[in-house]
Design a protein around this ligand. Structure first.
Ligand code: ATP
Length: 250
């Protein structure tokens, strides 16, 4: 569905991505894992066309969309939920959600817009009593829900999620990962960037490991969970241990 070919990305003279190619098939959750500074966010920013300097090719459903631009990508249904959420703090939850529909709003009646909001509240019930609250006053978990909800307001076919578990308490992380699985079950395709490799691999079909701007390993998520090098580097586990409990599968 989404094919990213040979991406090079630059910050000034520094090369942050060096020929990265990945593929995400329809209905999959694909994880991109790697340490700090590996280039994960940069890759998502190239796909959503918000990174200013990159080369390579992006195909969406077989069509070359490399030059679609950031709005073009959203129109195609490729929507990014950025790291650190980037909400409009002084605006209410409702206003933040409305903003996610900005490219569709001219084609929608206010009743349709309200239906969309109801759909988001069905996915994120804790937001129901908070529609009128300023987004900047929400808890971290609630802010992440608004950020994903705002992304969903664009009715994405592919959701690019950048570190959705960042800074959240374990129970909230569990809830966010449950919701990501639900979104996949509802037909969304998901590319997930995570430092919480164990949780990400636990809900993913496949995964890529990115190290200093290059893909070094890829394969079915279960294979990566069983790979001693991946376990040592990203799961914080002694590779020689056996019989560890596996995370719940999809
Ligand atoms: P993290 O998990 O810490 O967010 P990441 O894998 O997402 O890391 P990126 O944020 O994509 O990594 O950064 C990749 C490389 O590009 C790093 O070496 C980083 O220092 C560099 N970089 C990122 N943003 C900028 C910037 N605005 N200016 C210069 N260099 C940058």
């Amino acid at each position: 569905m989404l094919k990213v070919e040979h991406i090079h990305a630059y910050y000034g003279g520094n090369l942050a991505l060096q020929g990265v190619s990945i593929e995400v098939n329809q209905g999959e959750i694909v994880s991109l894992i790697g340490s700090n500074g590996a280039g994960k966010s940069t890759l998502l920013n190239c796909i959503s066309s918000v990174h200013p300097r990159w080369t390579g090719r992006i195909l969406f459903q077989g069509k070359d969309v490399t030059r679609a631009g950031s709005q073009g990508m959203v129109k195609l249904g490729i929507v990014q939920v950025p790291e650190s959420r980037l909400l409009f703090g002084p605006l209410t939850v409702k206003e933040n959600l409305d903003m996610g529909a900005y490219l569709r709003v001219s084609r929608m009646t206010s009743a349709q817009l309200n239906d969309e909001i109801d759909r988001i509240l069905d996915i994120f019930p804790p937001l129901k009593p908070r529609l009128g609250q300023k987004a900047g006053t929400l808890s971290g978990g609630e802010q992440q829900m608004v950020a994903i909800g705002r992304g969903l307001m664009g009715d994405p076919r592919v959701l690019l999620l950048d570190e959705p578990s960042l800074g959240l308490a374990p129970l909230v992380v569990k809830e966010i990962f449950r919701i990501i699985t639900r979104l996949r079950e509802e037909g969304r395709t998901i590319l997930l960037v995570e430092q919480n490799a164990m949780a990400a691999l636990g809900i993913s079909h496949r995964a890529y490991v990115l190290e200093t701007g290059r893909i070094t390993t890829s394969g079915p998520a279960q294979e990566l969970l069983d790979d001693p090098r991946v376990r040592r580097a990203f799961l914080g586990q002694d590779a020689s241990r056996t019989g560890d409990p596996k995370p719940a599968r999809r």
